[in-house]
Ligand binder design. Structure first.
Ligand code: MG
Length: 208
């Protein structure tokens, strides 16, 4: 019996998919670079095809002595997280996934604690791009290992936390910074536009 829980409207028997926000649904890297080049047109920058490593400031700090401060000015600014553009096809895929029989979809996103606007702007982004009902399906946590799902789709290759064996399988979402990374047995989702996400979900639906 596919019983709906009174509190969350999710089903105990469904496939639970956790979607990361930044660089899976929202284009952090592309928007950062656009703003950085607008604000500091004379400053050296790292084109997306040369980005390496999850934290962009770690790479920028080797570029120029003041690059760290300038990168932070961009992503600490009010409005940065709210104004992130959508990764192509992401929101329609998320909505279609959530409408599939036997699938419950949640957003699972880590806040940037040094940006005081980040929490509320992430919720506003979800509200505006996915719909108000998705606000209640949004988990904002620094520790994704404690979130209980079957799949976590995330561009970050290192997801560590209190739980040594999370319930989810990590599916790596392709991003500029992880294009050469070793997947170590993990599945990868290259984009939201070629339809391969449907095969991934169908495959998991057969397994649970
Ligand atoms: Mg991310």
């Amino acid at each position: 019996m596919n019983k709906r829980s009174a509190v969350s409207n999710a089903s105990r028997n469904s496939l639970r998919v956790l979607l990361d926000l930044d660089q899976v649904l929202a284009d952090f890297e592309g928007y950062f670079l656009e703003l950085f080049r607008q604000k500091y047109p004379e400053h050296p920058f790292i084109p997306l095809e040369k980005r390496k490593g999850f934290h962009l400031t770690e790479q920028y700090k080797h570029l120029h002595p003041d690059a760290v401060e300038k990168t932070r000015e961009i992503y600490h600014a009010e409005g940065f997280f709210y104004n992130l553009p959508e990764i192509p096809g992401a929101c329609s895929a998320a909505k279609e996934m959530a409408a599939m029989d036997g699938v419950d979809v949640f957003i699972c996103t880590s806040p940037m604690l040094t940006n005081e606007h980040c929490f509320v702007e992430k919720i506003r982004w979800v509200n505006d791009h996915l719909g108000p009902e998705w606000r209640g399906r949004t988990i904002i946590t620094r520790d994704k290992t404690i979130a209980n799902g079957h799949i976590l789709i995330d561009d970050n290759l290192k997801i560590l936390g209190a739980c040594a064996r999370p319930t989810w399988d990590h599916v790596v979402f392709r991003a500029c910074h992880n294009r050469d990374a070793k997947l170590r047995g993990r599945s990868v989702l290259e984009n939201w536009t070629d339809g391969s996400w449907r095969d991934l979900i169908e495959d998991y639906l057969k397994r649970i």
